[in-house]
Design a protein around this ligand. Structure first.
Ligand SMILES: [Fe+2]
Ligand SMILES: [Fe+2]
Length: 370
């Protein structure tokens, strides 16, 4: 059993992006690859605006991206493999009304946000990448976001929650809608038909958007977003749902790490500096939206968890993401008030984790995320 799992403590080990050794040759283009019949050089690859052959995987310029793809394939499951029987009983007979409120609204938010995450990476990001090793991990990511959407749907259906009501909830409750609307605005900006990454302002907008989705949307909102259900799990409640979320968390931590790596390399490769005013605004908007969300889902505290804890934990995790991005901490002094969250996220208690599994986990022995 792997005892070294630590998905999210990679900020200290992340290597500095290598400086681009060469710039791409303006004479080599995707369009003329077919007629030039010349081999490509790895150093001709670019994250965006590249002209090396997009259909040729190796030689790698970004071998770490391929490693992400290989690692992602060690976490494979379907929601049908996790027993939900006890959750049905817990949901119907054990949860208090405040706990039900938290549980349902977390699911209501998550189920919409994973579709948004899928659309972002699949429609707005992948098409802009010009190195295949980046696109291949992102293709896996698109699948994983769809799998997450299935997982929430499976939980909702298994628990007998009214789908018409729960899927519409984010459309009628401002605190749920606020986070989705903020993300949608970012997504729409980089999906404009006139969006051209050869324009430096657009390039900056794209880097900021990728930073938002990887570092905040996935790195903070998802990471922190599962916590209320982990708080129930710690008290022996809704353990099947929580286990499903632990699988999802593994994927999300990788999505976040990969995205942050891409942003860092992109900034280096393009000699681009993020506007600190816009970055500050990004963190502040995200915190305001998360705090409004926390006040709603935890309008009544549940045992061991409340809105202030949730917001404080957002700020703590946001600082971690900023460090990983090589940026200043947006919330200096934020404390880790929920030290158990990282352990839950990293699933160090792997043996316990597998106790609730109804089928054998095929690739568990190969897990190594360091
Ligand atoms: Fe997801
Ligand atoms: Fe994700």
């Amino acid at each position: 059993m792997n005892t070294k799992l630590n998905f999210d403590d990679w900020d200290s080990s992340i290597s500095q992006p290598a400086a681009s050794a060469t710039t791409h040759s303006p004479t080599q283009s995707v369009a003329n690859i077919g007629t030039s019949l010349a081999p490509i050089n790895a150093q001709d690859k670019r994250i965006v605006n590249g002209q090396a052959d997009i259909n040729q995987l190796a030689p790698f310029k970004y071998p770490w991206a391929w490693e992400f793809f290989l690692n992602a394939n060690k976490n494979h499951w379907t929601p049908l493999e996790v027993s939900m029987a006890q959750d049905v009983h817990d949901y119907q007979h054990k949860l208090t009304s405040a706990e039900r409120h938290v549980f349902e609204n977390v699911l209501a938010y998550l189920t919409t946000s994973d579709i948004l995450a899928m659309r972002n990476i699949g429609l707005a990001v992948m098409e802009k990448m010009s190195a295949p090793e980046l696109q291949i991990y992102q293709a896996r990511q698109v699948y994983e976001e769809a799998l997450h959407t299935w997982t929430y749907q499976h939980c909702i259906e298994t628990l007998g929650i009214d789908q018409q009501e729960i899927y519409n909830r984010y459309r009628v409750i401002p605190a749920l809608h606020g986070k989705i609307a903020l993300a949608n605005r970012r997504l729409e900006r980089v999906m404009r038909s006139d969006f051209d990454l050869r324009d430096r302002d657009n390039l900056h907008e794209f880097a900021l958007s990728y930073l938002f989705f990887a570092g905040i949307f996935e790195g903070c909102w998802f990471y922190n977003g599962f916590t209320p259900i982990f708080a129930l799990q710690r008290r022996g409640l809704m353990k099947g749902t929580a286990e499903q979320l632990q699988y999802i968390m593994r994927d999300e931590v990788l999505h976040c790490a990969f995205g942050i790596r891409v942003v860092r390399e992109l900034l280096k490769e393009e000699n681009l500096t993020l506007d600190p005013v816009q970055v500050k605004q990004l963190w502040e908007e995200a915190e305001a939206a998360e705090s409004a969300y926390a006040q709603y889902i935890l309008r009544e505290p549940i045992l061991g968890y409340n809105a202030n804890l949730h917001s404080a934990q957002f700020r703590f995790i946001a600082n971690r993401r900023a460090r990983q991005l090589g940026l200043a901490e947006p919330f200096p002094g934020a404390e880790n008030l929920l030290p158990w969250l990282d352990e839950q996220a990293n699933m160090r208690k792997e043996k316990n984790f597998f106790e609730t599994r109804v089928t054998e986990y095929q690739s568990g022995g190969g897990l190594s995320w360091d």
